[in-house]
Design a binder for this molecule. Sequence first.
Ligand code: ATP
Length: 133
Amino acid sequence: MRDKNSKNKPYKNRTFFDSFRYAYQGVCTVFQEERNMRFHVLTTIVVLLVSLFLSLSISEWLWIFLVCFLVIVMEIWNTVIENTIDMFSPDYHPLAKKIKDMAAAAVLFTSIFSVVVGAIILLPKVLVFFHLY
Ligand SMILES: Nc1ncnc2c1ncn2[C@@H]1O[C@H](COP(=O)(O)OP(=O)(O)OP(=O)(O)O)[C@@H](O)[C@H]1O
């Protein structure tokens, strides 16, 4: 078996910059191919912009950053799983369905968690901002 760190491997990352470049390509791929990812990124930008006007505390900022990036990371993993399934099981298979459905369920739960955290932190401040409470 070939050594994972073999110098002869043609596709081995040579520098820290190489690793960063391929990770960036990965992000671009998910962004281009997954509509949900574009929605998550747009939502993240909106939430961060709204948060700027609401004078959040440090811990509130940390929670907002945590949930925004958690959803994006989960969507990347979901896409990794979908692509892996498509590579190894391009035809219909009940296990492929189970795996993809569970990966989607993980994104769903993370999204629900994010909405709950966002509502707890932002909703009262938005209401006060617009003099509705
Ligand atoms: N090879 C397969 N065998 C069985 N069912 C599959 C298979 N591929 C996809 N499915 C079913 O179709 C659904 C959608 O799969 P698809 O790969 O299109 O994901 P998607 O719609 O791109 O998901 P997402 O919106 O999370 O990106 C899966 O959740 C699964 O129920």
